[in-house]
Design a protein around this ligand. Structure first.
Ligand code: BGC
Length: 754
């Protein structure tokens, strides 16, 4: 009998024994599971994840323990002559071999938050998968149910593509509007970011796979990301970027946290005792594991002792810091205690148990992916995330049927744009606009083959002409001969780079020329974040479509034609000029590669609208802003304090327009006499669908941390007693209804009760 047969025989024998002697549980059924898994008692699903982990850990040799803490890049890396080990899912982000003897599966890791991505150097054909709209678009829906649904969808595609770890969950605050990765993140406010990204992660993990929240922490710009030190005072960080992580994690329990490339107050994030040991594992009581970003590890003992649990993506780090040799030496000389190796393994295994990875093995079953159903999910996300920024004289929505329309620019005849870098999903049908952008990472620019032009043509009765927009004069001529013009302008952004807020390739001149020729000009902006709009006054309507994903062309057309309301709201402030930013000049720009530098986040927690409020600056468009095709009125604002001290806000919103629509009533709070980083903070919101004339009441309990400042010396949140102002309305600068409330004040620990 060979080994495998012997194992099968043994377990049949054990099962038979179990059947005869099985005790009965409370429901009177024999308890079979516990005994059937005697050979591998950790596979007993009636035990807790902790108990199962302990049982398994006890069986592991030191070599096996070293295996689980060291990951490989899952794709060839031509520049370094690297070929990934057997067992990887080719073209993927990462791979940690399993341990067959103990039934521990390999960890197959895939990027990222928009869907199943493929690395560019893959030797096999690109995986073509459904792409959600950019993270910033999902956050712009202000609809956590959609974020969860999108997460569940991409998590399912990950599972059916053979992945059990998804490197999704980018929750970095948009501190720097030029950051090339803002499209992966999405909000400048910790409550909005935390709730939306938390919802996405819990959707992903509903597939019995792990999702990774990232990039922890303060990875707020790409320029100099490998070397810069993000310097910020602790209280400011606790009330902003760290709070976004904290809220998202409370809502989703991610199996893993990815530490960032950058340094944080001097120390690299992946060997940062404060971030990893003190805050994450200490105060927040995090029980999952910390994986490094790809190339973010700089030491063995320091990283291990300061909280890193798994080094990712061999070949990116300079040395194999957690590889068998270096880690072995460190264990031998005691600079990394064996207990720490156990803890790393305990955390990884616990996550595998806790999230169902051990009990629900993944396999490549991509034939089972229901792309038609998934297209509907991504479309719903995209269309709720599109923000109507201007709509003069009710130019939009367009009536379906015959009118002469000029569609101009942005490759709208071919598809919709996506952001660049590790998160890029290659859509079904391939890239319809090949050859654009950088040849190497984070390029090329990838489009999804869902052209807005076709979707507009389908609704406009065929009377639609297209002009590429490369020659503004020709485009203007077409616009002049048309009833209206729809101009598509694109700003590609991507990982590893930051971007100016000015549209590239003369597109501002294109819009200006078209608008001059035809006042009925609608501009559709595809971008990863805020852009300047020097032509704003000249055009009739503007839509921020972000990168709208696999069904983006359809989604844009559905909003333009009013098949759905325009219900996205800005999750970021659009500045009017660079002078309005805390750092008008991007730190590190122009420095030779590898030169270390500091970025001082002196604004602390005053990120985005808070900064603008504090300074009294008037943005181009405010946080929370976005028009609807109908109008809403807000009233009945009440603030009440419960016996336990919880502040609850309530109000009502009425659709006073002619059409059904979706309102996003927003509630803000701030101390009447100041003392915070800014006059007010977002305290909650609702997304409500309302028929014309209908009203709805809403109630929002306020997270006590949003009423507090952080006392570093005592490691406590402090709510000052006194009068607080509460606002209700449509954006951070349109808050017509106010009230006041008195809070008794109090303190509570930053350390979470377990
Ligand atoms: C990115 C991560 C990504 C990883 C693996 C890194 O360059 O910063 O977000 O998950 O690569 O592809």
């Amino acid at each position: 009998m060979n080994n495998r047969k012997m194992r099968a025989f043994m377990s049949t024998l054990m099962l038979a024994t179990a059947m005869t002697m099985a005790p009965l549980n409370a429901a009177g059924n024999p308890v079979v599971a516990a005994t059937a898994t005697l050979a591998r008692p950790w596979m007993d699903t009636s035990l807790s994840a902790e108990a199962r982990t302990d049982l398994l850990l006890r069986e592991m040799t030191v070599d096996e323990k070293k295996t689980l803490v060291y990951g490989y890049f899952g794709s060839p890396f031509k520049e370094r002559n690297y070929a990934p080990p057997a067992g990887v899912r080719m073209g993927s982000a990462g791979y940690i071999p399993g341990i067959e003897r103990l039934g521990i599966p390999a960890q197959w890791q895939t990027d990222a938050g928009l869907g199943v991505a493929t690395q560019r150097d893959s030797t096999e054909p690109m995986r073509e998968r459904t792409s959600l709209p950019a993270g910033i678009a999902t956050v712009a829906t202000w609809n956590p149910a959609l974020a969860r649904q999108g997460g569940a969808m991409i998590g399912k595609e990950a599972r059916l593509s053979g992945f059990n770890v998804m490197l999704a969950g980018g929750v970095n605050l948009v501190r720097e509007p030029r950051n090339g990765r803002n499209f992966e993140y999405g909000a400048e406010d910790p409550l909005l970011a935390g709730i939306m990204v938390g919802a996405q992660i819990s959707g992903i993990q509903s597939n019995n796979i792990i999702s990774t929240i990232k990039h922890y922490a303060l990875n707020a710009q790409e320029t100099g990301r490998f070397v810069l030190s993000a310097n910020i005072d602790e209280a400011g960080a606790r009330m902003s970027d760290l709070l976004a992580f904290e809220i998202a994690m409370e809502r989703s329990n991610p199996g893993s946290v990815m530490c960032a490339y950058n340094r944080y107050n001097g120390d690299y994030a992946c060997e940062n005792d404060f971030l990893l040991n003190k805050v994450l594992k200490g105060d927040w009581g995090y029980k999952g594991y910390v994986m490094s970003d790809w190339g973010a590890v700089h030491s063995t003992a320091k990283a291990a002792n300061n909280g890193l649990d798994q080094e990712s993506g061999y070949i990116f780090d300079k040395e194999m810091f957690f590889g068998a040799d270096l880690l072995g030496k460190a264990l031998a000389d005691g600079s990394v205690p064996m207990a720490r190796l156990d803890d790393m393994n305990r955390r990884i295994l616990r996550a595998l148990f806790d999230h169902g990875v051990m009990d629900n093995p993944v396999a490549v079953e991509d034939h089972k992916i229901d792309y038609a159903a998934h297209a509907k999910i991504t479309r719903a996300d995209a269309e709720e995330g599109i923000v109507l920024l201007k709509n003069q004289g009710g130019l939009l929505p367009l009536a379906a049927g015959a009118s002469k329309i000029a569609v101009i620019g942005g490759y709208a005849d071919k598809g919709v744009m996506s952001g660049g870098g590790s998160s890029t999903v290659f859509g079904r049908g391939g890239n319809p606009v090949p050859g654009l952008g950088p040849k190497n990472f984070p390029g090329p620019i990838v489009f999804h083959a869902n052209p807005p032009l076709a979707a507009i043509q389908a609704r406009a009765g065929g009377n639609v002409a297209f002009d590429t927009g490369t020659d503004p004069t020709a485009a203007a001529k077409l616009a002049a001969d048309s009833d209206l013009a729809i101009v598509f302008v694109n700003q590609w952004t991507g990982e590893a780079m930051d971007f100016a807020l000015t549209l590239p390739d003369n597109q501002d001149a294109l819009v200006a020329a078209v608008a001059k020729a035809n006042k009925r000009t609608i501009v559709v902006v595809q971008s990863g974040g805020p852009v300047f709009m020097p032509w704003l006054k000249e055009v009739g309507a503007v839509l921020a479509a972000w990168y709208p994903g696999s069904a983006g062309g359809e989604a844009i057309a559905r909003v333009i034609y009013g098949e759905v309301d325009a219900s996205g709201r800005l999750p970021v402030t659009f500045p009017a000029s660079l002078d309005q930013l805390p750092r008008p000049k991007l730190d590190g720009e122009g420095l030779p590669d590898g030169t270390k530098f500091d970025v001082s986040y002196g604004e602390g927690a005053a990120v985005g609208y808070k900064w603008f409020d504090q300074k009294g600056y008037k943005p181009l468009f405010a946080f929370g802003y976005g028009l609807s095709y109908t109008r809403f009125a807000y009233k009945d604002l009440k603030a009440s304090v419960g016996t336990d001290g919880t502040l609850t806000l309530s109000g009502s919103v009425t659709n006073i327009g002619e059409r059904a629509g979706k309102a996003v009533p927003q509630l803000y709070v701030g101390p009447a006499t100041g003392g915070w980083e800014a006059p007010k903070r977002l305290a909650g919101w609702q997304k409500l669908e309302l028929a014309s004339g209908a009203s709805s009441r809403f109630t929002v309990p306020v997270d006590a941390r949003l009423l507090a400042t952080f006392d570093v010396a005592k490691n406590e949140w402090v709510v000052k007693p006194g009068r607080y102002k509460v606002w209700l309305g449509a954006s951070a600068t349109d808050l017509p209804v106010t009230t006041e409330v008195t809070l008794k004040g109090g303190r509570f620990s930053a350390v979470k009760a377990n």
